[in-house]
Design a protein around this ligand. Structure first.
Ligand SMILES: [Zn+2]
Length: 76
């Protein structure tokens, strides 16, 4: 859909490509995998065998900010 993403695809292909340890399926992290959000993490599941390939935080910047400043949004 976005032509802009293809211009940099070759440059980041190695880093953005995930490999399934179970069935050797491979594909870009943002297109080929089933993503399941669990709390503050996103699990990337293989569409072929449903193995968990990797897990990434949903909002690393927000989590770092909250952790360093210990801001409480509930209460006050
Ligand atoms: Zn697999």
């Amino acid at each position: 859909m976005s032509p802009d993403t293809r211009s940099t695809a070759s440059d980041v292909a190695a880093k953005s490509t995930l490999f399934c340890p179970d069935c050797d399926h491979q594909g870009r992290y943002d297109s080929a995998w089933n993503r399941v959000v669990n709390g503050d993490a996103i699990h990337y599941l293989c569409p072929n065998c449903r193995a968990t390939v990797t897990t990434r935080p949903t909002a690393p910047l927000e989590k770092r900010c909250a952790s360093s400043q210990r801001v409480s949004t509930s209460g006050d």
